[in-house]
Ligand binder design. Sequence first.
Ligand SMILES: C[S@@+](CC[C@H](N)C(=O)[O-])C[C@H]1O[C@@H](n2cnc3c(N)ncnc32)[C@H](O)[C@@H]1O
Length: 354
Amino acid sequence: MGHNSCQAVSVVTFDSGETLAQRFRSHMGHSSTLYGFAMRGMADDWEAGGPTLEVCRGWEDSPNGTMVQLRFLAGVFRLVLTGQAPELVPYYACLGGTLPPDGVWPVMRKVVAKHIPQLQEALTIVPQTNEPGRSAVLLAGIFEAVRATGLRRIRLLEPGASGGLNLHVDRFRFDGPDWSWGPSDSPLTLHTQAEGIVPEAFSIAQRRGCDVEPVAAATPEGALHLRSFVWPWQLARHERLTGALTVAAAYPLIVERAQAGEWLERALSDPPTDDEVLTIVWQSITRMYWPATESARVADAIADARSRMPLAHVSMEHGDHPGAADAELAVDGRVLGVVHPHGIPLWVPPGTHA
Ligand SMILES: C[S@@+](CC[C@H](N)C(=O)[O-])C[C@H]1O[C@@H](n2cnc3c(N)ncnc32)[C@H](O)[C@@H]1O
């Protein structure tokens, strides 16, 4: 079928009982965001046999969790970010666009029709984010671990690190109403809004991370990849990401391609040469993607290592109750507080984001 074909599609349903068009429509309901209007346009276009159908050919019976619509829109966003779709810039608030989103689809449809092979390729890329706001949660956890152990030199290990942006925690600036911490000339300042945080001095002697799909955040390609999965109207997230990517480019680090459990076993197999080094295992919003065997292997590796080295486990994960939208900061299993899923602001009333 050619790109401009308008052959109508008969409505076929699959395992989930929904067509792709139905999935696109239901993802953002009646949302008045850019992606709400885009997804409804994509749905109509898919049913009418337009370019959306052509891009999505072969994905019709993919599982719901594949989030074809997010892959599609990230692909479009990459075209915008790389200057290949200047006509869409006025709709992208993070690029200074101010046009209302309700007019986006006819413009986007033309862009889609012009870039079918690139967007087909985009559908193969798994949605991936790395939220530097979560480093504020890590910082609060590090302060707690430093206070508890008296150790101020840290080896930081992060399973599920994505692009490893939060491994640069000591290179970001943080503040609250009555405290601040970190280099005052950092390209990223995170305003936590949290009162009463007592900063501790520490230094990071070593930092390492792993991920099953690591992103090279120090490279232009890696930066583009991470940007394209942050929704274009979330200005604060884009601003944070820009600051963190500037730091990442200045201090390139390699996130190893590995699964959390087996990587942590290896990373923890040798204690640091210096007894005065505190090993901190940090993880954020990754456990929900792990099979139960992975979680068990991580827990065993941490428990086993405690007899061989000073170790603290700082975790920011969703609570165990189903549908928990907030996240909890826990240090060695003790919950210190509930935090926004993006880390900022620190400490939110439970249930705020349900
Ligand atoms: C929502 S992202 C969070 C990334 C980062 N921790 C953050 O807070 O920004 C979840 C990450 O977990 C990774 N992941 C999923 N399963 C994994 C596994 N079994 N082992 C290691 N990483 C995994 C994904 O590839 C993804 O980068």
